[in-house]
Design a protein around this ligand. Structure first.
Ligand SMILES: CC(C)(COP(=O)(O)OP(=O)(O)OC[C@H]1O[C@@H](n2cnc3c(N)ncnc32)[C@H](O)[C@@H]1OP(=O)(O)O)[C@@H](O)C(=O)NCCC(=O)NCCS
Length: 149
């Protein structure tokens, strides 16, 4: 009998340390700035200190992150990034479920986000609905979506 294969296992939770915050920012930089060509000054928009950051940890490494900014009863969700090597394992979907739980726990009634249209099915499956037309932000096609809690 072999030991259980945990290589695909991951944990989703809040950031705990400055080192994890730095690791989450490094994932964002790698995904948005290096991979997608978003200008670094747009990626770091000055709202990180007021946000709640969730991470996914796999094999002891931060492989994904997202950010929740609370404005009244609304959560502005953004900066969802999964390292290329960790994609299509359900990690982004797990971060969206954790976002629902964190948002409800704080009494929020609505989550809003700008989805990149190529990944829209991720948000469709998580219960988000579109609000308005597609638009271009940071050179990438987006659509505004929301979820009522
Ligand atoms: C988009 C992204 C966050 C998805 O992360 P992920 O952990 O691979 O997503 P999941 O495994 O939870 O995927 C769930 C569903 O979302 C959809 N989806 C995910 N990646 C997709 C892609 N590249 N193209 C189309 N649909 C996609 C699929 O329906 C998928 O279900 P399936 O795997 O059963 O087909 C990730 O590819 C990423 O970081 N991309 C670069 C940055 C980015 O685009 N961020 C999102 C900004 S809106």
């Amino acid at each position: 009998m072999g030991s259980p294969d945990t290589t695909l296992g991951f944990e989703v939770r809040r950031l705990r340390t400055q080192a994890e915050f730095d690791a989450a920012l490094a994932v964002r930089h790698e995904v948005f700035v290096v991979e997608q060509g978003v200008p670094a000054r747009e990626e770091r928009d000055g709202r990180d200190r007021s946000g709640l950051h969730l991470i996914a940890v796999q094999g002891g490494e931060v492989v994904a992150t997202c950010r929740l900014v609370f404005v009244g009863a609304t959560v502005q969700f953004s900066r969802l990034a999964v390292k290329r090597s960790a994609r299509r394992q359900g990690i982004a979907s797990a971060l969206l479920r954790a976002t629902d739980a964190e948002s409800r726990a704080r009494g929020a009634t609505r989550i809003v986000l700008h989805a990149q249209t190529y990944a829209r099915s991720l948000y469709d499956q998580a219960g988000y609905v579109p609000r308005g037309r597609e638009f271009v932000e940071a050179g990438i096609e987006h659509i505004a979506m929301e979820k009522l809690l």
